[in-house]
Design a binder for this molecule. Structure first.
Ligand code: UDP
Ligand code: MN
Length: 330
């Protein structure tokens, strides 16, 4: 009985061992899997076929897409900007609006003796098509600490530098070509608020297009008054007799008109409220203005102004040598 049990165990052990050895040998071997791989192969080749078709269709549709894109008039946006605590915040807000606008070329003009690393790095990472320029406002034309903001025009030299670049670029391109034909120039300060609709309104501009500006000139809005499709006067609370009582944010000019008027520029010495007129008055008449934004019934841009941040606590900490790390860009 004892012996029999031992034999049974031995037999059982031998059979299990053989089974294990066989299983291990099978593991490393290629099987003849043709049979059950056939449906898989068929699916793969079907998918390949579909992919090829899709690629062909994409190739076919690409030229039409590209030509549509380039047919859209380019909007050149000129933005003067200067170093201050809120600069990066302003540029961030602005750039993230512009990222939603097609065919937009941002011309950023720093009011500084050199291009700053902050703006340079910011633009490089912005994802926008841009040109980075700089033009320092001469000291006698610049607002000094404590001056009321209306005392001197701001951003005039920088806008002129943007215009200079545009004229030079156009001359280099021979005055024709897609970036120039039908292109539009808009002056967008870095602190205003722009709706996306505004850019589609200005995109078709023959000479000068105009629209209302919200929260400006001590008013809820200022606007050109339109009768029978034409601008007949301006709704403003101050000196409506100015040639063009329009805020900088309230008009766009065709690049063609800028090129046809090589002398047109902003007069940095212009009297308060006359900066826009100094640029527009020899280029266009009131009757020629093209009213946009539902015949100037919609506010699509706001002359917002950013509060200067208070640095009381920072200054106190700096005195104790505990100021915020200067290596962190704000
Ligand atoms: N600006 C500038 N240098 C200055 C002050 C202002 O380049 O010394 C720019 C500013 O960044 C803005 C535009 O000029 O894009 C208009 O300035 P601001 O917004 O201060 O004018 P406001 O709204 O008071 O008319
Ligand atoms: Mn402003």
């Amino acid at each position: 009985m004892k012996l029999k049990l031992k034999t049974v165990f031995l037999l059982y052990f031998m059979v299990s061992l053989m089974g294990l050895v066989y299983a291990l040998m099978q593991l490393g071997q290629r099987c003849d899997c043709r049979e059950h791989d056939l449906p898989k192969d068929r699916t793969i080749s079907q998918l390949r076929g579909q992919l090829h078709k899709l690629q062909e269709e994409m190739k076919k549709s690409e030229p039409t897409k590209a030509s549509k894109k380039t047919n859209l008039p380019t909007i050149y946006v000129i933005t003067p900007t200067y170093a201050r605590l809120v600069q990066k915040a302003e540029l961030t807000r602005l750039s993230q609006t512009f990222l939603h606008v097609s065919q937009l070329h941002w011309i950023v003009v720093e009011d500084s003796a050199h291009k700053t690393p902050l703006v340079r790095d910011f633009l490089a990472a912005s994802g926008l098509t841009y040109t980075h320029l700089h033009m320092l406002t001469p000291k006698d034309r610049k607002l000094q600490e404590g001056d009321p903001s209306w005392l001197k025009p701001r951003g005039a030299e920088q806008r002129n530098e943007g215009l200079r670049w545009l004229r030079e670029m156009a001359a280099a391109a021979g005055g024709s070509g897609t970036p120039i034909e039908n292109a539009v120039v808009y002056f967008a300060d870095d602190d205003n608020t722009y709706s996306l609709q505004l850019f589609e309104e200005m995109r078709q501009t023959e000479k000068v297009s105009v629209w209302p500006v919200g929260l400006v000139g001590g008013m809820k809005f200022e606007r050109p008054v339109v009768e029978n499709g034409k601008v007949v006067r301006f709704h403003t609370g101050w000196r409506p007799s100015r040639p063009f009582p329009i805020d900088m944010a309230g008009f766009a000019v065709s690049l063609k008109l800028v090129l046809a008027n090589p002398e047109a520029r902003f007069d940095g010495d212009a009297q308060m409220g006359f900066l826009e007129s100094s640029f527009l008055q020899n280029m266009v008449t009131m009757e020629e203005l093209e009213p946009k934004a539902d015949m100037c019934n919609k506010v699509l841009v706001w002359h917002t102004r950013t509060e200067k941040p208070k640095m009381k606590r920072e200054d106190a900490l700096v005195k104790q040598g505990l100021g915020s790390d200067p290596n962190v860009e704000v």
